[in-house]
Design a protein. Sequence first.
Length: 241
Amino acid sequence: MGEPRYVVIAGDLMGRIAAGKWAVGELLPTEPELAAEYGVSRETLRRALLRLEQGGLISRHPGTGTRVERSTPVAAFTTQLGSVEDLTQYGEAAVRSILSVEPVTVDAALSAATGLAEGSGQVRITSTRRDPGSSGGVLSWARVYLGPGDAKAIAGDLEEGRQLIADLIEARTGRAVARVVQQVRAVGVPAEAAAHLGVAPGSPGLEFVRRYYDASGALFEVTVSTHAGDRFAYETVLQRK
């Protein structure tokens, strides 16, 4: 199955802007004109324009039109996660750097945030993931919570890795991910994360809490990651079966 039509249109419009078809400050053709040109509904066309707007290429002004703001998009990282396999692909696309590894005891607040048992002993791994491409920027700051046994099993595999920690655990212990429960919420970026992401503390961000369960239903890993809101896009595609 190919890419959704709006994604293809967005890519074509980006290419035309980069080639100078419409200069910075110039207005794009109207939505009805572009929809007719591409042979799609206005809703599909608007979804394509939204991708350009998220990349900082255009701005839309009711009553005035859609203006070109940049010829190339703002550096950003877009991920589309719909399965455990997609998580693995994300791991392969972003390089991990370890900041610290330390034992912690789960208090009431951490238990409420992660689902880990209050009073349990965990190993907390704090890390960043960065873009391996030309920008090399930090994409996320994360804290991963593991049981001491799993943490010990993968201790030698963490530095400068790309694999998900869950995949490392499976390779070393045989414990495989059967289910991942993910929650996403808007947050003000915490000060410690902001220092690595290069944004001001309290800036808009996205927080992902992922809980990893094995085939027996046991929770064996929790990851809490923070992304700067202006350079990370999370995309979900829903298809009718």
